[in-house]
Design a protein around this ligand. Sequence first.
Ligand code: PLP
Length: 229
Amino acid sequence: MNSALIQENLASVQQRIETASKDAARERSEIRLLAVSKTRTAEEIIAAYQAGQTAFGENYVAEAVEKIETLSDYPIEWHYIGGIQSNKTRLIAMHFSWVHTIASLKHAKRLNEQRPAEFPPLNLCIQVNISHEQSKGGVMESDVLPLAREIVQLGRVKLRGLMALPAPTGDFEKQRKNFSILRKLREELQSEGIELDTLSMGMSADMEASIAEGATIVRIGTAIFGPRS
Ligand SMILES: *Cc1c(COP(=O)(O)O)cnc(C)c1O
């Protein structure tokens, strides 16, 4: 997609976030936009960067590392939002600032061990399977607190929050209901003394509902870069 269109799209996504945060009586500054750039070219990422977008999310390690190396002169913050395989954790630990898709202690421990000592701690979110779909990654709600208790013990990673990818629905109230599960889980963890500042939830089609339920990071691909082929 050409630069002008990406920049136009980015402006309308910013406008949607602005409106949704007003409707939810929240500060705009509480919500960060993560531009999801899987399958997009380095040129498309640069177009968004030049319009002020600095955080990008990627799903596939090999594809991401290639773009991260190509764009190493740009002060971009890279977020890993794809499924994790054990044999890829080293590359993830070396190239990303955030990982949104932690679903096992084993992966958190590997990332902790493999995070280079000279880098700041790797920011993590636990992915929660709130729709209980077999096909989706993430842990069940009842497993979140025990996993969080283990992760906060690790020194080279920092537990920032929770992430979800609910089953798609066009119904605003259903979207809200799904996102409210994540909001309540965060409150539960807070009451157990686990400080979390992040709820990573909401995509192109449901960001308004996620913002109404407290999203602090919305992960937006299609609304910025157009449909993926
Ligand atoms: C692809 C993807 C997104 C972006 O989805 P859009 O519908 O294109 O906005 C967000 N989060 C995750 C985990 C994704 O894989």
